[in-house]
Ligand binder design. Structure first.
Ligand code: AMP
Length: 279
C-alpha cells in the first residue's frame, strides 16, 4: 500500500495517475466500517482512491476533545491494507499548515456555518474549511467522498465547491449504523456500557420523527417531543433541529419541494454524539 507523509511525494504519485479520476476520502482516522464504506464506494466506481488521515487541530474547539481523540494509526493502516488499492496520506501538521505559506483567503459561508454544530462549536467549520481547502488544493481530486453522518459539513463543503467553482463532484454516502441503529463514530469507543446502551435513543428519535412527519405533526412539535425523549434517556441535549437541507434554516412548516433533515447533537456519558436523518 502506498503511504505518503509528504505533499511532494503525494503529488508525484498523483501525476502518475495521468487521466484516471481521483477520489479523495478525508478522515481523522480511528477508522470504522462507516469510513471504509466511503472508500469501498470509490473503489467500486474504479476511481484511484486516496484516504487521508489527519486529526485536524483547527476544527476542535475543545482542547480536551482533541487530546482524547483516538489515534490508532497502525490499526488504521492495517484496515486500509485489507481494502487493497487505497493510497493513504498521513501528513504531519506542518505539511497541512506550512508556516511560510499564507493561509488562503477564508471563504465566507456564514449562512451555513453559524447554526447547529456551528453554534455549539465556535470556529469548528472554519477549521473544516481550512483543512478541506488545503487537501483539495494538494490533491486536486475529481471526486470527493463524504458521509451523511456529518450532514452540515457536507452542506458546507458542497457550497464551498460551488462558490469557488471547483471541478469536483461531491458524493455523500449514507450513514453506516450499528445493528441497534447507533451511527458508527470514532467517538463511540469512549462510551461506557450504560451510555452505550442508551446511545441508540438518538436513532430511535430520528425514526420516530419520520413517522410523526408522515402523521402530519408539525416540525416544532416533533422537535420539542424529540428533545424530551432524549432528556428522559439521560442525554444532555445541545440541539434537536429540523432544517431545510440546503439552507440549514429551521423549518416551521413542511416544505413542498425541498428536503428536510432532522439533526441532533447530544451528550451521554461525557461523549458528544451527532446524527441526522432526512424526514
Ligand atoms: P471523520 O474521521 O469523523 O472526520 O469522518 C471522515 C468521513 O467519514 C466524513 O466524511 C464522515 O462523514 C464519514 N463518516 C463518519 N462516520 C460515518 C458513518 N457512520 N457512516 C458513513 N460515513 C461516516
Amino acid at each position: 500500500m502506498q503511504v505518503f507523509t509528504r505533499v511532494a511525494t503525494l503529488q508525484a504519485w498523483r501525476k502518475r495517475l495521468r487521466g484516471r479520476p481521483l477520489a479523495l476520502v478525508p478522515t481523522m482516522g480511528a477508522l470504522h466500517d462507516g469510513h471504509l464504506a466511503l472508500m469501498k464506494y470509490a473503489l467500486e466506481e474504479k476511481y484511484a482512491t486516496l484516504a487521508t488521515i489527519f486529526v485536524n487541530p483547527k476544527q476542535f474547539n475543545d482542547a480536551n476533545d482533541l487530546i482524547k481523540y483516538p489515534r490508532p494509526l497502525a490499526q488504521d493502516l492495517h484496515l486500509l491494507e485489507r481494502l487493497a488499492r487505497v493510497a493513504v496520506f498521513v501528513p504531519p501538521y506542518d505539511e497541512i499548515y506550512p508556516a511560510q505559506e499564507a493561509s488562503p483567503r477564508p471563504i465566507d459561508l456564514g449562512h451555513l456555518t453559524q447554526q447547529l454544530e456551528g453554534s455549539f462549536r465556535p470556529g469548528h467549520f472554519d477549521g473544516v474549511i481550512a483543512v478541506m481547502t488545503r487537501l483539495l488544493d494538494i490533491t486536486q481530486p475529481e471526486h470527493l467522498i463524504m458521509g451523511q453522518k456529518d450532514f452540515q459539513q457536507t452542506a458546507i463543503i458542497d457550497e464551498m465547491i460551488r462558490a469557488l467553482a471547483l471541478p469536483i463532484k461531491l458524493f455523500v454516502h449514507h450513514t453506516l449504523r450499528e445493528t441497534d441503529g447507533l451511527a458508527m463514530s470514532s467517538r463511540n469507543q469512549r462510551l461506557g456500557p450504560e451510555a452505550r446502551a442508551n446511545a441508540p435513543a438518538i436513532y430511535q428519535v430520528l425514526k420516530w420523527a419520520q413517522q410523526m412527519k408522515s402523521e402530519g405533526r408539525s416540525p416544532n412539535d416533533i422537535v420539542q417531543s424529540g428533545e424530551m425523549l432524549l432528556l428522559e434517556k439521560g442525554f444532555e441535549v445541545d440541539y434537536v433541529g429540523i432544517v431545510d437541507a440546503l439552507t440549514l434554516q429551521d423549518l416551521t412548516n413542511w416544505p413542498d419541494s425541498s428536503r428536510s433533515v432532522m439533526c441532533i447533537a447530544a451528550t451521554i456519558g461525557q461523549v458528544r454524539l451527532i446524527d441526522n436523518m432526512e424526514l
